[in-house]
Design a protein around this ligand. Structure first.
Ligand SMILES: [Zn+2]
Length: 176
């Protein structure tokens, strides 16, 4: 991180990310020297938070999570075409296409970004298992429960969130 005094700044300091990825922190001309350390810590904290959020937000992260879940809970036997975040699902948290030209496309609602990891993982596991069983058959639930250990807790959590938000989150069927 590079710190530079900037005459144009009156009170507040500003930080920007430069083209090479490094951080330039500009501080007001008269910013007290003994407070720079504290300021740097604050910026570092913000950067870390941003990085964590960004990591959770990318489709690549979702793909990696799905791969880990597949390996850890389903012996790596599930395959899919693509998995990505979407904003346009109202009451569904996930969906998975089955058959046709877009077979195996999993979509995960961004609403899950505000929920705990183990709930997000449940929805990913749920959609993955739809690759084996298209409908919510007994076999579907058996496979999901045997694989992902927090299935029932996560379903309860989602019901509770839905109650609080006044939304009934659907347990969707796979799309044709
Ligand atoms: Zn389902």
């Amino acid at each position: 991180m590079l710190v530079r005094r900037d005459r144009r700044l009156k009170k507040s300091s500003r930080w920007t990310r430069q083209a090479d990825g490094s951080i330039l922190l500009r501080i007001p001309e008269r910013f007290p020297k003994n407070q720079i350390g504290k300021l740097l810590n604050g910026v570092a904290e913000q950067l870390q938070k941003q990085a964590l959020m960004a990591e959770r937000r990318t489709d690549m992260d979702l793909q990696l999570r799905a791969e880990q879940i597949n390996k850890k809970y389903f012996q790596g036997k599930i395959s899919w075409t693509a998995i990505r975040w979407v904003d346009n699902m109202e009451s569904r948290l996930g969906s998975c296409t089955h058959g046709g030209a877009t077979d195996g496309h999993i979509r995960i609602s961004r609403r899950l970004q505000g929920m705990p990891d183990w709930v997000l993982d449940y929805v990913i596991a749920h959609e993955l298992v739809h690759r084996l069983h298209a409908n919510h058959s007994k076999e579907f639930w058996n496979t999901l429960r045997a694989g992902y250990p927090l299935t029932d807790q996560a379903r309860g959590f989602i019901m509770g969130i839905g109650f609080k938000e006044g939304v009934h989150y659907e347990e969707e069927g796979a799309e044709e």
